[in-house]
Design a protein around this ligand. Structure first.
Ligand SMILES: [Zn+2]
Length: 491
């Protein structure tokens, strides 16, 4: 029997995004990945605990094992090792003894039932009467830092660690940029949200604007989108994997999921870059990627291209990665795993915001949009749900579209691309003024009068006449950030 101790960071995404500064957000992602890596943690835990090799590396999760039973103080001391390294994070842990990690995981449902559980509050907190950290407003300040804006900022312990990691990253990026030389592609990672909003240089006065435009905005600069994605049916996949009962297979297939998600992010960036003209910055900043989770900020005008590419790359890539990892697995079990991998999809939530808006607000909205996408797809297919804080103060229920449909419209044109922008405004206004139960009739009348067959087609999709034109309203809203095939579309 081996005793397993699994320590995990709680609410990682909230912690990463609690600072409005991109530098501190990026620094947090880097700190989490590095400080929970087995390479960094090697030799830091007291005997009899050792790092387990039964699980692949996942940022924010540390699996330890011991040949002896563990008492409460041994567990808490191990948790405190992480508490010191990442003082802004809240940690939970579970302990279970079993012949293998998989067995321990299955016996306790991943620490959900049975087993002993523990909790460690963040070491760094906001205390009354002390100066507040200006990086996150969630801890007391301990140091003063002179930042690139020339002002002195009070930072707490946690933000100081984030800042340090980001500074290292900046050095690395600058070195890589210099090494790429004048023939490099010229783009580098954004280090401020403002950079991300202006990924491409503006044309000079009188020059033609060759940049990608969006249907509903004359000027899409100053806006970014936060994309949050999470896998559907991943639980079924891991159940099928656990049925094999082989720790090495479990490790390989967990890694397959992680790899597929990471590669999907890379592919989304590459696909988006094909639509860019002389980019100064990459179109995205990845805040977090691990397991089946993604959190990334994307330049507003490219967000739909990026999100669709992410979903497609994940669906295809996950099956490929799984296929490679299945070598040596008995045929019947391999086939069961293959089926669950095929059934997996992504729920993608996307929120458009003005670049100066608080990041925490975007995080909250993107989480809600992600839940909506998962609900709308019923776990069976990838769906993208969106929200736009520049227009609405909430996530609207009808604002979602299936990945396949979105992909088709990216290549063949938006559902309403036949409408001029003034016709779109008329429709929006008509919908706004007409009570829900009268919308279908009123819009049908309008479409007949203006001979708009495509609108009639869209109206057929409305399933509940009492609810009004939900699909059409969503199409109109989606048009705002939809890539425009021609410049004329935005005029
Ligand atoms: Zn702070």
């Amino acid at each position: 029997m081996t005793t397993y101790l699994v320590i995990g960071a709680v609410r990682i995404q909230q912690w990463i995004t609690r600072s409005p500064r991109l530098a501190l957000t990026r620094g947090a992602s880097l700190a989490l990945t590095q400080r929970t890596s087995s390479q960094y943690l090697h030799g830091r835990f007291a005997s009899p605990l050792r790092l387990s090799e039964a699980v692949p590396e996942i940022a924010g999760v540390v699996v330890l094992e011991s040949d002896e039973d563990l008492d409460d103080s041994q567990v808490l001391n191990a948790m405190k090792v992480l508490g010191v390294e990442l003082p802004g994070i809240e940690w939970t842990a579970w302990v279970a003894a079993a012949p293998s990690y998989i067995q321990a995981y299955r016996d306790t449902d991943g620490g959900q039932r049975g087993g002993r559980t523990y909790h460690l509050a963040p070491a760094s907190r906001r205390l009354p009467m002390l100066v507040e950290c200006e990086g996150c407003h969630e801890e007391s300040a301990t140091v003063k830092r002179l930042l690139p804006d020339g002002k002195s900022h009070s930072y707490g312990e946690d933000c100081e660690i984030r800042r340090g990691f980001h500074e290292e990253e900046l050095k690395r990026l600058r070195a890589a940029y210099a090494a790429a030389g004048p023939d490099g592609n010229g783009a580098t990672e954004a280090t401020q949200f403002d950079h991300l909003a202006h990924v491409e240089p503006r044309p000079e006065k009188g020059e033609r604007d060759p940049r990608l435009h969006v249907m509903g905005r004359r000027d899409a600069d100053n806006h970014i989108a936060l994309v949050a994605a999470d896998g559907n049916r991943i639980g079924d996949f891991f159940k099928a994997v656990a049925d094999v009962g082989d720790a090495a297979v479990h490790t390989r297939l967990s890694k397959a999921l992680d790899d597929a998600t990471r590669k999907a992010c890379v592919e989304a960036r590459q696909k988006t870059e094909r639509h860019m003209t002389k980019p100064q910055y990459y179109p995205d900043v990845i805040h977090y990627v691990g397991g089946d989770d993604v959190l990334a900020s994307v330049a507003g005008r490219f967000a739909w291209i990026w999100a669709v590419a992410l979903g497609e790359a994940f669906e295809r890539g996950f099956q490929d990665e799984v296929e490679r990892a299945l070598a040596g697995v008995p045929a019947q079990q391999a086939s069961a795993i293959r089926q669950t991998a095929k059934a997996a999809s992504l729920g993608i939530g996307m929120v458009f915001t003005q670049v100066k808006e608080p990041f925490a607000l975007a995080r909250e909205f993107s989480g809600k949009a992600e839940s909506l996408a998962k609900r709308a797809g019923q776990g069976k297919r990838s769906v993208i749900a969106w929200a736009d804080t520049t227009v609405d103060d909430r996530v609207l229920g009808g604002h979602h579209i299936g990945l396949a449909e979105a992909s088709m419209q990216l290549s063949e044109g938006h559902a309403l691309s036949s409408l001029t922008s003034s016709a779109r405004s008329t429709l929006t206004e008509l919908l706004r003024k007409t009570p829900s139960h009268m919308q279908l009739d009123r819009i049908y009348e309008w479409a007949s009068r203006t001979r708009n067959e495509r609108i009639k087609d869209r109206l057929i999709r409305e399933t509940d006449p009492d609810k009004g034109c939900v699909t059409l309203a969503a199409d109109l809203d989606r048009a705002r950030w939809w890539p425009a095939a021609h410049l004329e579309e935005i005029r």
